[in-house]
Every structure is written in structure tokens, then in C-alpha cells.
Design a binder for this molecule. Structure first.
Ligand SMILES: [Zn+2]
Length: 338
């Protein structure tokens, strides 16, 4: 039997998607205003809805994710890729398995190449970044992009689901961001575009939490849009005030019309901004305590004078000392305004 929490996640996502598809069918809006479904016809959409119903029914009666051949468990990451999968890997021929394994290796390779080769150099701003996958293929992602006017874009993301499906989603995300990012000076619009793109694939049972940041050096302003991501922490040097940059919209791929907002914040010399994924605040020690936002805030308050590099090193050590080995992927990005 599959883990209850995992099943509940599947149920939620399937339900949300099913309702979105039903609304699409009912909607009398002109084609151009509807969610983009990759050119699906109404018949095809009805069929996909039926598949959602079958899966939801399967969850209810305990058949979802159970192998049709041996009653064993269908691998979770294969279900995340295609929720209609109903046979476990054991029944694949060695040739079929070999192909799947190659896919997996390819996914890992693709992902290693997805991470940025270097951290951008920006006068007056220090940036330090660190990422560590808990598994071969990780669900964390970060990247940088440049705007034509010289402003910098930064993104940190966490893909729900691990393995092949996650890495496929990520390579999509990277390609989309590198193309769309520089064209969109308003991050809310960028988030909406990404949301549209992700929702085209109706069988992909996954979503992405994402923090988009634009550093506008000339105006001394950061613009951000938080799509369901862990809130980054911003410390003002002057007053010592801590701000959590909370979500301004849902995770990408979760709702048809995201309704994203972007916000702006002035930055000054000495301010510090820390972006991260849930692997940081949810790192657990052997007593099941989480590292949590309070410990992060304490660390920020105690070490804000450090350079970005030193701060990052120290924070990594603090988390390792607290949790021992990591169960989840961990990504941290430190930005210090000089
Ligand atoms: Zn089986």
C-alpha cells in the first residue's frame, strides 16, 4: 500500500486538475482566453477527465498504484510521470528495463548540466550558491539569467516529485526560463506564462514551487514573485528588520489562472537576502525536530556581517551539525548587497 501522504497528494493534484479540465469544457470563453491545452480537442479532454476519474476512484478503493500483474507497488516516480501506469517494473523485459535505466542516466546527466556553470558577477553585489541532491536526481533547481538592460534574474525552484519526472520538468523549466526570462521585465507575467506552459501536459502529476527575483542595480530595487515557494529571508542592514518574502501566488502548474503578483523592495548597502528550498528549513534531527525558520532567522541575525561565501559556508555547517545526513535536497543562495 502506498504511503497515505503520497496518496493524498495524488488525490489533491488529480482533483485540482480534473476541475480545471471540467471548467475548460464548460467555459464559453473564446479559444484565445482559455487555458492552453496544447491543441487538445474536447473529446480528448473528456477522455483525460475520465482517466482522472478512474485514478481518483482507484485511490478511494485502494487500487491506485497497485500493480495489475502482481499486486505489488507501482514505482512512485513512474506514477508521477504518468498517473495511468498500472504495471510495476518487475514485468518489463530486460530490454525494456535497460531502456528505462538509460533514461534515468540521461536524466541525471541532463540535470547536472542544467545547473549554472558560474555565478554571475555583479558590481556591488555578492552572490554565493550551493546545492546538494539527496538522490542522484534532485528536485531542486536554481539558475540565473540576464536582462538586455543589464539587470539580473535569479530563480530558485523545487519540483514536487523526484527522479526522472522531476528532471524532465526541470529541463523544461530551464529552457522556458532562459527564453522567456529576459523577455519579461514583470515577474508576475513571467510566472503566468510558465504556469500556462506547465499546464499543457495534463498527465504530468507534478508542480513546481518557484521564487523569481530580478535585481535592478540602477534603481537599487529587487522585484520578486513567489509562486508557492518557501519564503526567502531579507534582513535590512539599517534597522535590523527581518522580512519574509511570502508567496504572491500558487505553485506553478497548480491552478489554471495563477493570479501572480510581483512585489518590489528597495535594497541598501549591507542588506542580506537568503533564498533556499525546503531541504533547509525541513532538515530533521534524530528527534524529528525541524531546523525551521526560527533557527534560520537566528543564524541570519548572528552572522549578517559575513561575506556571502562565509555566510553560506557557516549556514551549511549549522544545518549539517543539526541534522547529520540530509534526507532531502538542499539548495541555498545568499545575496549580499554591498
Ligand atoms: Zn507487478
Amino acid at each position: 500500500m502506498m504511503d497515505k501522504v503520497v496518496l493524498e497528494n495524488f488525490r489533491k493534484v488529480l482533483n485540482t486538475r480534473k476541475n480545471a479540465l471540467l471548467n475548460w469544457l464548460k467555459s464559453s470563453e473564446p479559444e484565445s482566453k482559455k487555458i492552453h491545452l496544447g491543441g487538445c480537442s474536447e473529446n480528448e479532454v473528456e477522455q483525460v477527465i475520465q482517466e482522472h476519474d478512474n485514478a481518483l476512484e482507484g485511490i478511494k478503493c485502494g487500487e491506485f498504484g497497485v500493480c495489475r500483474e502482481c499486486s505489488g507497488e507501482v514505482e512512485r516516480e513512474r506514477l508521477e510521470l504518468d498517473f495511468t501506469t498500472c504495471v510495476c517494473l518487475d514485468h518489463y523485459s530486460s530490454e525494456q528495463k535497460r531502456i528505462l535505466e538509460q533514461d534515468h542516466e540521461l536524466a541525471a546527466k541532463v540535470q547536472r548540466q542544467l545547473l549554472p556553470y558560474s555565478i554571475p558577477v555583479l558590481e556591488g553585489i555578492q552572490i554565493a550558491a550551493y546545492t546538494e541532491p539527496a538522490h542522484v536526481v534532485s528536485g531542486d533547481y536554481f539558475d540565473f539569467f540576464s536582462y538586455p538592460q543589464g539587470d539580473k534574474g535569479v530563480v530558485v525552484a523545487d519540483v514536487m516529485g523526484k527522479g526522472i519526472s522531476a528532471s524532465m520538468l526541470m529541463s523544461n523549466l530551464q529552457a522556458s526560463l532562459r527564453i522567456l526570462g529576459p523577455e519579461h521585465i514583470h515577474l508576475d507575467v513571467l510566472a503566468s506564462r510558465l504556469n500556462e506552459l506547465f499546464r499543457r501536459n495534463q498527465k504530468l502529476i507534478s508542480f513546481v514551487s518557484l521564487f523569481l527575483l530580478k535585481i535592478e542595480k540602477n534603481r537599487q530595487v529587487i522585484q520578486y514573485c513567489n509562486a508557492g515557494h518557501n519564503p526567502p529571508i531579507f534582513r535590512e542592514a539599517g534597522s535590523g528588520t527581518i522580512h519574509w518574502l511570502k508567496p504572491t501566488g500558487p505553485a506553478i502548474g497548480l491552478k489554471p489562472a495563477g493570479g501572480y503578483k510581483s512585489k518590489e523592495k528597495q535594497f541598501n548597502s549591507g542588506d542580506l537576502l537568503v533564498l533556499y528550498t525546503d531541504g533547509l528549513v525541513e532538515a530533521q534531527n534524530n528527534k524529528d525536530d525541524e531546523f525551521g525558520k526560527d533557527r534560520l532567522e537566528d543564524y541570519v541575525t548572528g552572522n549578517f556581517q559575513d561575506s556571502a561565501d562565509l555566510f553560506l559556508k557557516g549556514l551549511r555547517k549549522r544545518v549539517k551539525d543539526f541534522a547529520g545526513t540530509l534526507q532531502d535536497d538542499l539548495t541555498i543562495l545568499v545575496i549580499k548587497f554591498l
